[in-house]
Design a protein around this ligand. Structure first.
Ligand SMILES: Cc1cc2nc3c(=O)[nH]c(=O)nc-3n(C[C@H](O)[C@H](O)[C@H](O)COP(=O)(O)OP(=O)(O)OC[C@H]3O[C@@H](n4cnc5c(N)ncnc54)[C@H](O)[C@@H]3O)c2cc1C
Length: 483
């Protein structure tokens, strides 16, 4: 496609921006259409009263020597200063506080908290993760099909063979039969944020890797995680691409011969033969005028409730760990405020808190059905108040002190729907279960010629790191070189 056609990219999240930048670097005439007035989607920022909040994603990975963001930025000739942070986070369980170190301190920490009986689990998890990281460094394309087979054959090494035998197994199968309630709660809540499901459902290879991100490396960016998107947007423009903000794509027109045109919300019809849909698959189906099949294999499962909390100087100690995960009651289901993730801007970071203090983003998994029901029943405001209370409790538990915020704003699935247009405000992409991960994932290829997919509903799934691989695969399918 490169050199012969314009390429149209729908969506300016990390996936769309990465695909657009790589295609533009390789000479394609790229136009990216973005609904919002800033780049980043679920990994964007917004500003309020001197604070700059990450809107959804907060934990930065992928900047190590073999990290995928690092490789993309090097390939694009873009500098981004990512500083390693260790520990990656603190996990507050009902009866324990677990510091998630990335280095050898993790060994002593896990032994002290989970006991020696859990060691075979951790050692097996790390062995599997090492194999997956090594395989991932080859930038795999899954699921296997004819065009990807050659690439997979090139990158596949004998040490990756055991990964094939793991298909269909869950990470829970690795846990000791008599695993403590504490270990199960820890593994479940960590997987909920990295794989969107609990241990019993999460694919073994994916789960082992999802439990390994602290070891692979966590990073800090001065402006928050949205620095990734803003740097990518700069790269798109520097390589000659165009970004049209505040511009919605409403339809993709396609016939048997493939994509013919895209249509903007204002009715403008733009002839197109190469389209990257960097939006959830459910949104793509709607744009094609197709219904979402009731048993869609890669259906998204979750929404998020978020809170954006600005606190003045002196509330958060300078040496506080920046990310905290909490479980209040491990006998109750996770999400809905019973588990939450709290991320804090760095000490002295005046980009995120202009007048001093800290910008805090809190999030919890939520069922979007319940929000839609509450709106229909007229009980939305009551529901919002209840969640605001829970989010505040999460911040106070993470910080270990009472908090009187200067700014406090709540986001619901409706907020994500409004700002990202994601189907029903669902976020986090496809849960990485034994029936939807890796070999069973949704491909970046579609049944429409010229239309490729990327983002967190395509292989390999959620996170800025995951969607970057999906974007590389989409860009390569349209003729871009690799990174
Ligand atoms: C609360 C929360 C916490 C998270 N935490 C982390 C984390 O700590 N670390 C991490 O790595 N990941 C995290 N994630 C996941 C991560 O944010 C996403 O997987 C990733 O950012 C998705 O990128 P994307 O480009 O696929 O989609 P999106 O970010 O959803 O981007 C899609 C873009 O397309 C635009 N768009 C949609 N429809 C149209 C249209 N019709 N026309 C024009 N534009 C359109 C939207 O405005 C949006 O900008 C989190 C997500 C959430 C919600």
């Amino acid at each position: 496609m490169i050199g012969s056609d314009d390429v149209h990219v729908i969506g300016g999240g990390v996936a769309g921006l990465t695909a657009a930048a790589l295609l533009a670097r390789d000479g394609a005439r790229v136009t990216l259409y973005e609904h919002h007035n800033v780049p980043g989607g679920c990994a964007a920022f917004y500003q309020r009263d001197g604070y700059r909040f990450d809107v959804g994603a907060t934990v930065v990975n992928g900047f190590g020597a073999r990290g995928i963001h690092r490789r993309v930025f090097d390939a694009l000739g873009v500098e981004l200063d990512a500083q390693p942070v260790d520990p990656a986070m603190v996990v507050h369980l009902p009866d324990a506080r677990v510091t998630r170190y990335g280095d050898e301190r993790w060994l002593a920490e896990r032994r002290a908290i989970f006991g020696d009986a859990a060691e075979p689990f951790w050692r097996a998890q790390e062995r599997i993760a090492d194999r997956v990281w090594s395989f991932a460094a080859g930038l795999p394309v899954l699921p296997v099909d004819l065009p990807s087979a050659l690439h997979l054959a090139r990158i596949f090494r004998p040490e990756h063979l055991p990964l094939l035998a793991m298909q269909g197994r869950s990470i829970a199968s690795l846990l000791p039969r008599d695993a403590s309630r504490r270990l199960r709660a820890f593994v479940d809540v960590q997987l909920l944020i990295t794989a969107q499901a609990r241990a019993h459902d999460v694919d073994l290879a994916f789960g082992a890797t999802a439990l390994d991100i602290a070891r692979e490396g966590t990073y800090h960016l001065a402006g928050g995680i949205s620095d990734i998107a803003t740097a990518l947007a700069r790269a798109v423009r520097r390589h000659g691409g165009r970004i049209r903000y505040n511009t919605d794509v409403a339809r993709i027109h396609a016939r048997r011969a493939g994509v013919e045109a895209i249509e903007l919300r204002d009715g403008e019809r733009i002839p197109a033969r190469a389209v990257v849909a960097a939006i959830p698959y459910e949104n793509v189906l709607a744009m094609l005028g197709r219904a979402v099949p009731p048993r869609l294999r890669t259906r998204q499962r979750w929404g998020a409730v978020t809170a954006y909390v600005g606190v003045p100087d002196g509330v958060v100690p300078d040496d506080a760990v920046l990310h905290h995960q909490l479980v209040f009651d491990d006998a109750q289901p996770l999400g809905e405020g019973n588990s939450a993730f709290v991320s804090i801007s760095g000490a002295g970071d005046r980009v995120r808190a202009r007048g001093g203090g800290r910008a805090i983003t809190v999030s919890t998994h939520t069922d979007v059905n319940a929000w839609e029901d509450a709106r229909a029943a007229g009980t939305l405001e009551t529901r919002k108040r209840a969640y605001a209370q829970r989010m505040r409790q999460a911040v106070e538990r993470a910080l270990g002190t009472r908090v009187d915020p200067v700014v406090f704003e709540l986001g619901t699935p409706f907020t994500f729907e409004r700002y990202t247009l994601r189907h029903r405000g669902m976020v986090g992409g496809t849960p990485q279960t034994t029936t939807s991960a890796n070999l069973r994932a949704r491909s970046h290829r579609t049944d429409v010629r010229g239309l490729v997919l990327c983002g967190d509903t395509a292989f390999p799934g959620q996170s800025t790191v995951g969607v970057t691989l999906s974007a590389i695969n989409a860009a390569r399918a349209l003729g871009a070189a690799t990174v």
